[in-house]
Design a protein around this ligand. Structure first.
Ligand code: GLN
Length: 526
């Protein structure tokens, strides 16, 4: 079978959930096909690693160390694949490749142009990935909204692709918005018509239209859209607003999406959704609830912590409980009374010194009051600082990231990292193994002696302080193979006080919640 392609574009508005739509389509087709997701982003950064999470949401890190768009989190969670860096193609990377090729003289004196050179580069990259991975189906998501200048070259490349791969091997899916204006109370098709027109002007004729809407699309609106936009009559489906993104594949299935794609591409594999449905039902019908304080910096933008939020959803699916996240801004922590009302505390990853003293204070209270605590990356570092100051008597202990003159740099950059000056892609990135200590909680939660989790950080627990921390009762439950890097810590006498230098949230899946989150939620439930 030739490789098949599904191209997902979006119109009308940004933020309609194209990534989740693409991932959900993949989920429905993944039971028998080897699927590779590719995301094209129009910005000129080479990767999102240097971008502020305020603007762009979470930076997702892959096993291979790539820093990629947060949609890769959805792809991994919905498709069960381990993605690779070169599946995220930014315009910055495309231009970089074209420029290198030009400098090498590979264009043989030709004028290098957007068309065909840039569009060819985009297509050949996609074809190479498909071949390398022996993909049966490639789902290409084009970032942004049709009509944005910065995505025109990607759209042009996608238009050309139908000739390269054959029209029966490519399907175009367009996600739009169907408003139901207040007072009018009727589903409106005009934005969809206009957005499809923009797409058609670019030579792309959708095979399937997904209308994001607060209600199921009526028969009337579906037939209106199908007639005005010239798609077959059953190829307009609802992308319903939902509280829980894991419902989307179930809705797409009920709306007949697999059949539509089957007709176009001849790739039908009936989706196996029984287990997924059970898990979604558990999320929808929680029997218990807990409140967890999330002490982060980007508390106004939940996208900055997307994978953590999903990890808790995965726990909900297995433990049948609702996890309420209470966002706590610690920059100016005057009052810690919120601690009285929470069942547990999470200190997630972060950079820079703002808010760290407040977080250290929250960790102290959690430790003294035996409130379940989970520390992630920076969370581990701050837990070590708190313990050094208040349990080891190391006054003003700190990380050199926050205080370069601290008398006790319990967290520091290791000598091998010190020379690096570039900010892009220079951290300790990607999956690293850790050896877990038998008899620890961490070991029993993972049920393994060696684990691999993903990292994104510069600083480490300073080896010069390993002895004193351990003498005073902190257990290093997981370390790098040579024992030099502390990967997991815990305080064994407490209900749950566990932290890791890694980001286990990045590998949590609906079917397999991240063990440290699972253990934490169980501890919060009591
Ligand atoms: N700022 C810390 C470091 O660079 C922690 C990073 C993180 O939490 N991802 O080591």
């Amino acid at each position: 079978m030739p490789t098949k392609y599904i191209i997902v574009t979006g119109g009308v508005l940004s933020g309609l959930g194209k990534g989740i739509a693409a991932a959900s389509i993949g989920h429905l087709l993944s039971s028998r096909l080897k699927i590779i997701p590719i995301k094209c982003d129009g910005y000129l950064n080479v990767d999102p690693g240097t971008m502020n999470p305020f603007e762009h949401g979470e930076v997702f890190v892959l096993d291979d160390g790539g820093e990629v768009d947060m949609d890769f989190g959805h792809y991994e969670r919905f498709l069960g694949v381990t993605c690779k860096t070169n599946w995220n193609l930014t315009m910055g990377r495309v231009f970089d490749m074209v420029r290198q090729k030009e400098r090498r003289g590979d264009y043989l004196g030709k004028t290098v142009q957007y068309i065909p050179h840039v569009t060819n580069m985009i297509k050949s990259h996609i074809f190479e990935v498909a071949e390398e991975e022996s993909a049966e189906l490639v789902i290409v998501e084009i970032g942004g909204t049709v009509g944005d200048i910065e995505n025109e070259l990607f759209l042009e490349a996608m238009r050309q692709m139908k000739e390269d791969v054959g029209r029966d091997n490519i399907a175009y899916v367009h996600l739009t918005y169907v408003p139901v204006p207040y007072g009018v109370n009727e589903q409106k098709s005009k934005p969809t018509q206009q957005s499809v027109n923009l797409l058609k002007q670019r030579g792309i004729f959708p095979d399937l239209i997904i209308g994001r809407c607060s209600q199921f699309l009526t028969k009337e609106i579906k037939s209106k859209i199908s007639s005005f936009c010239d798609v077959v009559s059953d190829a307009v489906i609802t992308g319903l607003d939902v509280d829980d993104i894991y419902e989307i594949p179930l809705i797409f299935e009920a709306e007949g999406l697999p059949d539509i794609l089957h007709k176009k591409l001849n790739i039908y594999s009936p989706p196996e959704l029984r287990r997924w449905k059970e898990l979604v039902d558990n999320i929808r019908n929680p029997k218990r609830e807990i409140t967890v304080a999330m002490c982060g910096k980007y508390t106004k933008l939940e996208d900055s912590y997307a994978s953590i939020i999903e990890s808790f959803n995965h726990c909900s699916a297995h433990l049948g409980c609702k996890v309420h996240l209470q966002w706590v801004e610690t920059t100016d922590l005057q009052d810690a009374s919120f601690m009285d009302g929470v069942d547990g505390v999470v200190v997630p990853g972060g950079f820079g010194s703002r808010g760290t003293e407040g977080k250290i204070e929250v960790i102290r209270l959690a430790r003294e009051r035996d409130i379940p605590f989970l520390g992630l990356c920076l969370g581990l570092q701050l837990a070590v600082i708190e313990f050094a100051r208040n349990a080891c008597g190391l006054e003003k202990a700190n990380s050199t990231e926050m205080d370069s003159d601290t008398p006790h740099p319990v967290i520091d950059i290791l000598p091998e990292q010190k020379e690096i000056v570039d900010k892009g892609g220079t951290m300790r990135l990607g999956a690293y193994p850790a050896i877990l200590k038998e008899g620890t909680l961490t070991h029993s939660l993972y049920e393994a002696s060696e684990v691999s989790e993903r990292h994104r950080h510069r600083y480490e627990v300073n080896p010069e302080y390993h002895d004193i921390l351990q003498e005073k009762g902190m257990v290093f439950s997981g370390c790098s193979r040579d024992g030099r890097l502390v990967e997991f810590i815990e305080l064994p006498q407490m209900k749950y006080f566990v932290a890791t230098q890694a980001h286990p949230e990045l590998k949590s899946r609906m079917e397999f919640p991240a063990p440290l989150f699972y253990g934490f939620v169980k501890a919060c439930l009591g």
